[in-house]
Design a protein. Sequence first.
Length: 145
Amino acid sequence: MVRVGSAAPDLVVFRGAKGCLNLWLKEDFEAMVLRLEDSNLADAQYHELLRGIYDNKLERAWDSQKRILLSLPLMEYADLTDQVLFLEVGKAVEIWNPEKGEAARAVSTKKMEDHGTLTPPRGTGRLSNLASASVKVNPGASEGS
């Protein structure tokens, strides 16, 4: 569980699949990338995946008001305005345009129902309290940092 106090954690945001953004704690992001690099060095597809992640990532910490700063290109990619939807996915949080996120959630729920899988409890991961965070447009931020 992340507690946003005086020493808020460093974050990494990058373009996710299907028009969302992926938000990771920096330490978890680095561990995930190391696992990809270590397990798939000979596979060209993984090099392409890693290149895409690195080319589109933005490292940011919380600002003084505990907001997540996003660059304008990332906001445009995910079609974000003044409202966002946070969906927890393992160690990551997806940041969605609310309508698109609800549609993605509905597809996932339908697939789980079709497979007879129970819905896991919400809000149990390390980043689950991000639902109360706000997003601020930072047009001066670059995508790579």
